[in-house]
Design a protein around this ligand. Structure first.
Ligand code: GBH
Length: 480
């Protein structure tokens, strides 16, 4: 038995895909160029809600520098590049539905460039940049958003599907609903924790299922791509593993955060039973704040995946909640699950408040997915670590990536998880949402004071290149 934090030499198969990730608003810039319309992050930044009043107006300027982006992707030797399309670029008037030819030209150039470079695009349709007009019409809470999202997906599949092997309908619905509409830390900055996230999630899941079925019926036969959703999750571990109440609390937290979206899609079309029970018992009166799917909807949602997309960064410790904790956290989700979350004070902390180095959590969450959803093919669609200075000698990032990748390799080679891909967040420093440019995730440095936005390799990019070439970590003691 190979334990936590014990280094393990192992190599993954030839067909395992290694990549890096970005998202449209975090890199593109050109916020009002090329016919693009306003989305909720434009609005949120321009209203000054981000650290130091920073915005993604220019970001890495990838709208103009996509050829250089492809160049650095080639330098690292990635097999796939995860990126997103800006809805407001492709369909500036999402209600009218007309496609914008300048956006088609931009994304076709980028996608064809990737093809020429031998890099598979992994394309996210929605990475948080909701058209402002749809927000004004009631966002994901209004079920009439579903046909608009479906139309957008239809256009994207139709225009670009011949160049795209992997599609992702949504990036991290948990973050969209909780950080956007409960804590208000992210755009659109709404603070309605008790019920709104559950309502939004309900329609997001329906949008996802619509897009999946649409691809199935209209495009799969000719395009042969894969369609799924990306969910974010910490690994939730018992604070005291020998205490059954702590073990139960960890399972409940995992169900509330990951199961909320994964159970409907990857299991039975419905929310986890424990979530239904706990939201109901924390809802005043008869009606639960968690909406219900009809039998027909459950059948429509169940199985709408070709792989499991996971974004994983850190781990939380779990124990049953207490009155003091319940009073301290927001109503809704955080109270409903009745779990008190904490971090081990000995864990090394990165520049982001939530990001502690806990490599064995990678192995933990991959195994939780394996056992909970019958061993689905899994792609880690994001994993990475921050600093504040963007140093080129980023040995801390090498340490993080090395140990997390090693735990992933253990999950595959020792535990039998069907992990088929891994993706570093991010190829380059970029607009880190509410933190602006103060937190840096890149394996390339970008100087945001230089109008040219040069990309400069960090040590971690050379490290990752070597990992890809070696397909992991070959044992130095085995010769040949
Ligand atoms: C991802 O989200 C995004 O997809 C990406 O765009 C972003 O740049 C990247 O990660 C880095 O942040 O319950 O208070 O502990 C972030 C994923 C952030 C989701 C922290 C969960 C925990 C908040 N996670 N969050 S808390």
């Amino acid at each position: 038995e190979i334990g936590r934090d014990e280094f393990y030499y192992g190599q993954l198969p030839e067909n395992f895909t290694w990549g890096v990730s970005t998202a449209a608003y975090q890199i593109e810039g050109a916020w009002n160029e090329g016919g693009k319309s306003e989305h909720i992050w434009d609005r949120f930044c321009h209203e000054g809600h981000v650290d130091l009043n920073m915005t993604g107006d220019v970001a890495c300027d990838s709208y103009h520098k996509w050829q250089e982006d492809i160049q650095i992707l080639k330098e690292v030797g990635v097999k796939h590049y995860r990126m997103s399309i800006a809805w407001t670029r492709l369909i500036p008037d999402p209600i009218g539905g007309e496609v914008n030819p300048e956006a088609v030209k931009y994304y076709l150039s980028l996608l064809s460039g990737l093809k020429t470079a031998g890099i598979q695009p992994m394309v996210t349709l929605f990475h948080w940049d909701l058209p402002q007009v749809l927000e004004d019409y009631g966002s994901w809470a209004n079920a009439s958003i579903i046909p608009y999202y479906k139309h957008y997906a239809d256009q994207a599949f139709g225009l670009f599907g011949h160049l795209v092997k992997y599609w992702i309908t949504f990036n991290e619905p948990w973050v969209i609903t909780w950080q956007g509409y409960a804590t208000g830390e992210y755009a659109p900055g709404i603070q309605q924790p008790a019920t709104l996230p559950y309502k939004l999630a309900h329609n997001i899941i329906k949008c996802h299922a619509e897009a999946y079925h649409l691809y199935d019926q209209k495009y799969r036969a000719s395009m042969k791509g894969l369609v799924s959703i990306t969910l974010n999750s910490d690994f939730f571990a018992p604070k005291d593993p020998s205490n059954p109440a702590h073990v139960e609390a960890a399972e409940r937290a995992q169900q509330f955060s990951l199961g909320w979206f994964a159970n409907p899609v990857y299991k039975d079309g419905d929310y986890p039973q424990v979530m239904k029970d706990y939201v109901r018992r924390n809802s005043a009166g008869g009606e639960s704040r968690l909406p219900e799917f009809t039998e027909q909807e459950k059948a429509f949602i169940k199985g709408t995946y070709d792989f499991f997309g996971l974004n994983h960064y850190s781990t939380s410790l779990c124990e049953p909640t207490d009155a003091e904790y319940q009073a301290r956290v927001l109503p809704g989700y955080t109270r409903d699950m009745e779990v008190k979350l904490s971090r081990d004070p000995t864990w090394h902390k990165a520049a982001s408040y939530y990001l502690f180095y806990v490599p064995w959590g990678m192995r933990g969450v991959l195994n939780w997915i394996r056992t909970s959803y019958n061993r689905p093919p899994t792609v880690v669609t994001e994993n990475g670590v921050t600093d504040n200075n963007g140093t080129l000698q980023d040995s801390h990032r090498i340490e993080y990536l090395k140990t997390y990748i090693d735990e992933l390799i253990k999950a595959v080679l020792i535990d039998g998880c069907d992990v088929i891909g891994y993706t570093v967040w991010s190829i380059m420093d970029n607009f880190e949402w509410a933190r602006g440019y103060t937190e840096k995730f890149g394996i390339y440095y970008v100087d945001f004071d230089d109008p040219q936005r040069p990309r400069v390799p960090k040590d971690s990019s050379r490290f990752y290149k070597q990992v890809i070439l070696n397909r992991g970590f070959p044992n130095p003691e085995i010769v040949g």
